[in-house]
Design a protein around this ligand. Structure first.
Ligand code: KIV
Length: 293
């Protein structure tokens, strides 16, 4: 099985993810939010299903991830949890579910674990170390997320590439070390220059998972809607498109609408039949102007 590295059948664990970095094997991560696509991704052999708060944009149509709630994240996590057979599930703590304090962070991480996650992810550098320490002390594995942080990007000049200068790259290195020391089992590097991402990956002993951060990371994550061409509102330069499913889906739905309009659908093979004798009784009754009992 592609990317399994653990013998195929058994569930991927946090320990397997750490081992992958030690053996210099790449880690594959894809976002998942619903039962059907999560089953396909799990069956396709991806290492981690990430229930990202990007769900707010691609599943719920919000403009950004800020409005996403704990209830919504628990619902998406539950659907992915019911689909998963093998991959590790990491769910995002949404905006203001952990920034407000360590005890909120622990309680909300616990809700995601109850809903079906194996680990949680939160955004932020050294200023979030206390949250990571608190959640890991409660027994819940945490993935960090530095570089571009979509939940607070509005406060930081919007979506911009991080680590272009030596000083910025140094800041990323310091944050990554702080997250590792706080107990994170891995860290997402979003929209970081490939040189800075490689430096961070070489500096820390936990795996880095890159998105828009080049090949020097220990693993890669893509939003499934970007990868499959299902969401056209934003087309990030870094997101490789493996399919253009929006065209295929629009084509299929327009054929369906045309078939309904012309009466081609439903055809004989889509219908259920009455028993012949019963139909005879019905026809007889209708002729006499009453429905037989
Ligand atoms: O919300 C999300 O999907 C993410 C990943 C893309 C890293 O945070």
């Amino acid at each position: 099985m592609a990317g399994s590295g653990n013998g195929g059948g058994k569930r991927i664990t946090i320990r397997d993810i750490a081992e992958k970095k030690r053996r210099q094997e790449r880690i594959s991560v894809v976002t998942s939010y619903d039962y059907a696509l999560a089953s396909l991704c799990d069956g396709a052999g991806v290492d981690i299903l990430m229930v990202g708060d990007s769900a707010g944009m691609v599943m719920l149509g919000y403009e950004n991830t800020v409005p996403v709630t704990m209830e919504e994240m628990c619902m998406f996590t539950g659907a992915v949890g019911r689909a998963r057979k093998r991959s590790l599930i990491v769910s995002d703590l949404p905006f203001m579910s952990y920034q407000t304090g360590v005890s909120d962070a622990i309680a909300n991480a616990g809700r995601l674990i109850r809903a079906g996650a194996d680990a949680v992810k939160l955004e932020g550098g050294s200023e979030m170390a206390s949250r990571i320490r608190g959640i890991t002390d409660a027994g819940i594995p945490v993935m960090g997320h530095i570089g571009l942080q979509p939940q607070t990007a509005g406060l930081d000049g919007g979506y911009r590439v991080q680590g272009r200068t030596a000083a910025e790259a140094r800041g990323l290195l310091d944050d990554a070390v702080a997250l590792e020391e706080a107990g994170a089992f891995s860290v997402v590097l979003e929209l970081v220059t490939r040189q800075a991402a490689k430096a961070v990956t070489e500096e820390i002993s936990i795996p880095t998972i890159g998105i828009g951060s080049g090949p020097g990371c220990d693993g890669q994550v893509l939003v499934i809607h970007d990868m499959l061409g299902l969401y056209d509102a934003i087309k990030p330069k870094f997101a490789k498109r493996y399919r253009s499913l929006s065209d295929e889906i629009a084509g299929a739905v327009s054929s369906y609408a045309g078939d309904v309009a012309s009466g081609v659908f439903p055809a004989q093979e889509h219908c259920f039949e009455m028993d012949g004798a019963e139909f005879g009784r019905l026809a007889e009754g209708l002729k006499k102007g009453r429905t037989p009992t």
